[in-house]
Design a protein around this ligand. Structure first.
Ligand code: MLT
Ligand code: MN
Ligand code: ZN
Length: 288
C-alpha cells in the first residue's frame, strides 16, 4: 500500500491566515490542512478526509493528477473521520467528480445533510454514494474503523445528537501485511485504542496541541476554547508510545498553528523525536 500525507496541519493550516503569533510569523515550513491519500495499486486512490486545500494538494501530487483519459481521475473514495469543516470543505472542491463514494460516521453524514449541506449541494452536480462507515474493502485493502470521540462540529452543536461523531480508520493490506492507522482527532486515548493500533506499521495521531495550555501562551485565546476543541495534547499521548516499540512508526498530524513542534529547531520538536515519534511534512510518502 502506498500512503501520501497530503496535508498535516489543523484547521486554518500553518501559518494560519488570520494569525500573527510568533510561530505563524517565524518562517517555519508551511503545512496545508490534514488529509492523506492511499492506494493498493498506485492507480486508484482513496482519501482520508478532504481538506479545503485539496485542489493544491492534488496538483502537488503527481499520482493524484487527472488522466490517463481526458476527464479521468484516480480518486475513488473519501473516508471521513468526522464532519469538521477542515476535513469536509474539500468535498465541495471535488464536486465535478462524476463518481465518488464517501464513507463517514452516520452522525457526520447527518451534519453534512442538515447543518452544512454539502451532500445535497453535491448531489445537484453528481450522484455520489454516501455510506455510513462500516467495515469495507477497497481494492483489496481491508478498512475498519473505531469510534474515538463524540465531539460535534461547532456548526452543528445547536442540535445535540448521539455519536459516534469521530472515528479513526485502520487500513490493512493483506498482500504486504502493512497497516495504516489514521487518528487525527482524539479527545482522549480511548479505551480499546491500544488494541486498535496494535501491530500497525504506521499510526498517524492527533498532534493538534503540544500542551493543554497552548492557546493562552501563544495567542490571547481563552483556555476554555482550547479545551472545547477536544484534542488530547501530545504531552499526554507521547508517554503512551514508549512502552510499545515493536515495528510501529508513530507520527503526529493535524498540527495546529499554536503547536511549537511546527518549528523543527525547537525543543518540543526534539522531545517528540527523542520519544520515537515523527512529525512528517506535507508530501511524505510511505510504502506499507
Ligand atoms: C477541530 O479539529 O477541532 C476543528 O477542525 C476545529 C475547526 O476548525 O472548526
Ligand atoms: Mn480540525
Ligand atoms: Zn499563529
Amino acid at each position: 500500500m502506498k500512503v501520501i500525507l497530503l496535508g498535516t496541519a489543523a484547521g486554518g493550516g500553518f501559518p494560519q491566515w488570520n494569525c500573527a503569533c510568533a510561530a505563524c510569523t517565524s518562517g517555519s515550513p508551511p503545512r496545508t490542512q490534514d488529509s492523506v491519500a492511499f492506494s493498493a495499486d498506485g492507480r486508484g486512490w482513496h482519501l482520508l478526509n478532504a481538506s479545503p486545500d485539496i485542489r493544491a494538494q492534488i496538483l502537488a501530487t503527481p499520482a493524484l493528477r487527472a488522466g490517463p483519459g481526458p476527464r479521468e481521475t484516480p480518486l475513488r473514495t473519501v473516508l471521513l473521520t468526522d464532519a469538521e469543516l477542515d476535513h469536509t470543505l474539500g468535498l465541495l472542491m471535488l464536486r465535478e467528480a462524476a463518481d465518488l463514494t464517501v464513507h463517514a460516521p452516520a452522525a457526520a453524514l447527518h451534519a453534512l445533510t442538515d447543518h452544512f449541506p454539502a451532500r445535497p449541494v453535491i448531489d445537484e452536480y453528481h450522484g455520489w454514494n454516501w455510506l455510513p462507515t462500516t467495515e469495507t474493502t477497497l481494492d483489496g485493502l481491508h478498512v475498519t474503523s473505531f469510534p474515538v470521540s463524540d465531539k460535534q462540529p461547532k456548526y452543528a452543536r445547536s442540535s445535540p445528537r448521539p455519536g459516534p461523531w469521530v472515528v479513526a480508520y485502520r487500513i490493512h493490506d493483506p498482500s504486504t501485511g502493512g497497516t495504516l492507522v489514521y487518528a487525527p482527532c482524539l479527545h482522549t486515548w480511548p479505551p480499546g485504542f491500544d488494541t486498535f493500533t496494535e501491530g500497525a506499521s504506521l499510526v498517524l495521531l492527533d498532534g493538534t496541541f503540544y500542551r493543554g495550555t497552548e492557546f493562552t501562551t501563544t495567542t490571547t485565546a481563552d483556555p476554555a476554547a482550547q479545551q472545547a476543541m477536544g484534542h488530547v495534547p501530545i504531552t499526554e499521548t507521547l508517554p503512551r508510545l514508549a512502552p510499545r516499540p515493536g515495528t510501529t512508526r508513530w507520527a503526529y498530524t493535524h498540527l495546529n498553528n499554536t503547536n511549537p513542534v511546527v518549528d523543527p529547531t525547537g525543543p518540543e520538536h526534539a522531545a517528540v523525536v527523542g520519544a520515537g515519534a515523527e512529525m512528517p511534512p506535507d508530501g511524505t510518502e510511505f510504502i506499507l
